[in-house]
Design a protein around this ligand. Structure first.
Ligand code: FRU
Length: 507
C-alpha cells in the first residue's frame, strides 16, 4: 500500500514508506525462477529507465525509475545501486521519492534525469512531474548529496520552472554535462508533432539559461524525444534519444558536429542503438577508463498490452530490468558500434569450443549439455560460398523444440529476424534488422547473451544490437544452430555457461 498519495509528506517519510514496502516483499520476489541472474533488477516491483549513471569516487552508481508499491508503473521514485565492476551491484536506499508540490502526484513523481559530480557533491537533475487541473506540468529539479546515499531536494526547485516557447508541456529527462567549465543540459520535448532536444546552460546547476533547439525531428523522427543524451565521441558528438511515435524504432542515434557558439548540432549519420523491441531509454556516462558506457531499460512502453497486464513477471511482483552495459564506439565509416563491456567475462564458467563445423539442414549440431538459461555465445559464420537460404540459432528451446526462439539470418535479403512466435505464448512480434556490412570480411559474427528472460544479440561487428525479452519455461534451456536450404560453414563457436552475479553456477 502506498502511503504517500494524499496531502503532504516529508521526503524522509516518503523514502521510509517506500523502503518498508520493498522490504516486505523482496525475499518472496527473490524466489521467483524467472528473476534474471546477471542483469540488474530492483529488489521488487517496477523499474524503468536508468537514471543518473555516473562513475563517482571510484564506483559506478546507477539510479533508476522505480515504483516501490507494485509491479506496474506508478508515482516515480529513484532507486539506487552501486558497483565496482558494472557486473556486481549493491542495492542502496531509494534516493528520491515524490514529496513536494512540484513532484508529488500519483501519475507523476521524480521522472528521469542525470547525475554529475559538482566538486565532490553528487548532484541529480530530474524532472518533477505533476498533473494539475488535468494539465501535465513538468519542471527540472535539483537534488544533491554529500555522501552519495542521502539526497536533499534543492529549496529553490524547480530550477527550470517552465518549458520555452519552442517546447511544450512534455518537457523532461534532463541530461547534464560540463564543457569548458560550463554546465550544459539537454531536455526532451515536443512541439507541433515533432520531437526535440532543447539546450540550456548554467554556471552553478541552479540558474539555467535557455539556448535553443539543439536538434529536432524533420517530421519523420518521432513526436516526442524521450531521454535525450548528448556526448562527445572522438572528434564528433552523438545525440541519442528514444522517440515516441516512430513505429518499431525505439532508440535512435545521430552523429554529427556540435557548434557551442550557436548551440546547434549538425548531424549527418543516423542509426538505431538497438533493433529489438525491449531496449529503451539508454543513458550514457564516461568512466575512468575513458569508455562511454550505456545502459538501457530492458523493456519499452507497450500500453496496449499492459492494459491487460504488465507481462509474465508482474504476476510475481516484479517488472523490468537493465541491459548489460555496452560501450559506444565510433566505426571507421562514422557509424556506431556497441560492444558489451569486457567485465562481463567475469561471469564466464564452463566453456565449449567448436571449430570448422558444418551446419546441415535438418540435423542438430550442439549437444544438449551445453544448454543453460544463462549463456554467452560467440560464433563466426562463413558467408563466402554460403548457399544456405537461411541460417541461425535456436535459443531457449524445450527438449521437444515446441518452445523455441529463433534468430534467423536470410542470406538473400541480408535481414536478421528475432522470431518469438513459439517463445512462450506471451511474447509477440518479429523485430528485424538489415545487416549491410561485412564489407572487408566474408564472415558474419554473432555475440549473444542469454539470461533467464532476456536475450541480447550483437552482430555485424557490434553495429547491430537486438534486445528482446522471452519468458520460456525454466526447463527450456537448449540451444542449437540451424540451416535451411543448404548447409553453412561455421569457423568457430564458443559457448560459455554464465554464473549469476551472486556467483552461483547455472544450468
Ligand atoms: C521514458 C520515460 C521518460 C520519463 C520516465 C517516467 O521511459 O517515459 O520520458 O521521464 O519514463 O517514468
Amino acid at each position: 500500500m502506498e502511503l504517500t498519495r494524499k496531502g503532504s509528506i516529508s521526503h524522509r517519510d516518503a523514502l521510509l514508506n517506500a523502503e518498508h514496502s520493498i522490504a516486505r516483499i523482496k525475499d518472496f520476489v527473490s524466489k521467483d525462477l524467472q528473476r534474471l541472474k546477471y542483469h540488474f533488477m530492483a529488489p521488487a516491483y517496477w523499474i524503468n529507465d536508468p537514471n543518473g549513471l555516473i562513475y563517482f569516487k571510484g564506483e559506478y552508481h546507477m539510479f533508476y525509475q522505480h515504483y516501490p508499491y507494485g509491479p506496474q508503473w506508478g508515482a516515480m521514485h529513484w532507486g539506487h545501486a552501486k558497483s565496482k565492476d558494472l557486473v556486481h551491484w549493491e542495492h542502496l536506499p531509494i534516493a528520491l521519492a515524490p514529496s513536494e508540490a512540484y513532484d508529488l502526484h500519483e501519475r507523476g513523481g521524480c521522472f528521469s534525469g542525470s547525475a554529475v559530480d559538482d566538486g565532490g557533491i553528487l548532484s541529480i537533475l530530474y524532472t518533477g512531474t505533476i498533473i494539475r487541473d488535468g494539465q501535465l506540468i513538468q519542471t527540472q529539479c535539483l537534488a544533491t548529496s554529500e555522501d552519495a546515499i542521502t539526497f536533499e531536494k534543492y529549496a529553490g526547485n524547480p530550477v527550470i520552472p517552465s518549458p520555452p516557447e519552442e517546447g511544450s508541456a512534455d518537457f523532461r529527462d534532463p541530461k547534464v554535462w560540463k564543457h569548458d567549465g560550463i554546465w550544459y543540459m539537454v531536455v526532451g520535448s515536443s512541439k507541433d508533432g515533432k520531437g526535440k532536444a532543447l539546450l540550456y546552460n548554467s554556471q552553478d546547476l541552479r540558474h539555467w539559461e535557455y539556448i535553443g533547439v539543439l536538434a529536432e525531428s524533420d517530421g519523420t523522427m518521432g513526436t516526442m524525444w524521450e531521454c535525450p543524451d548528448f556526448f562527445p565521441l572522438g572528434e564528433r558528438y552523438v545525440l541519442m534519444f528514444s522517440p515516441m511515435g516512430m513505429g518499431d524504432r525505439k532508440t535512435i542515434y545521430l552523429v554529427g558536429d556540435m557548434d557551442y557558439q550557436t548551440g546547434k548540432f549538425n548531424w549527418d549519420v543516423m542509426g538505431d542503438v538497438d533493433y529489438g523491441y525491449e531496449y529503451y531509454a539508454p543513458q550514457s556516462f564516461l568512466d575512468d577508463k575513458g569508455r562511454r558506457v550505456i545502459i538501457a531499460w530492458l523493456n519499452a512502453w507497450d500500453w496496449m498490452r499492459w492494459f491487460k497486464n504488465f507481462g509474465p513477471t508482474s504476476q510475481n511482483n516484479w517488472c523490468g530490468a537493465m541491459s548489460a552495459p555496452r560501450t559506444v564506439e565510433l566505426d571507421a565509416d562514422g557509424r556506431l558500434r556497441f560492444p558489451p563491456v569486457e567485465e562481463l567475462k567475469l561471469l564466464r564458467r564452463e566453456q565449449y569450443h567448436y571449430e570448422n563445423v558444418k551446419v546441415i539442414p535438418g540435423t542438430s549440431l550442439l549437444p544438449d549439455y551445453v544448454g543453460s538459461d544463462c549463456l554467452e555465445i560467440k560464433a563466426e559464420f562463413q558467408l563466402a560460398g554460403c548457399v544456405a537460404e537461411e541460417f541461425g540459432f535456436i535459443l531457449r528451446a524445450s527438449e521437444d523444440r515446441k518452445q523455441q526462439t529463433l534468430l534467423i539470418y536470410n542470406t538473400k535479403s541480408k535481414e536478421l529476424r528475432f522470431d518469438r512466435t513459439n517463445s512462450d505464448g506471451w511474447s509477440e512480434g518479429i523485430p528485424s534488422a538489415k545487416l549491410d556490412t561485412f564489407s572487408d570480411s566474408e564472415i558474419l559474427n554473432f555475440h549473444i547473451f542469454i539470461d533467464t528472460c532476456v536475450i541480447e544479440v550483437f552482430t555485424d561487428n557490434y553495429r547491430v544490437a537486438m534486445t528482446n525479452n522471452v519468458y520460456p519455461d525454466p526447463s527450456s534451456i537448449f540451444v542449437d544452430l540451424f540451416a535451411i536450404g543448404n548447409s553453412v560453414n561455421v569457423n568457430s563457436i564458443d559457448i560459455w555457461k554464465l554464473c549469476s552475479s551472486d556467483g552461483t553456477l547455472n544450468g
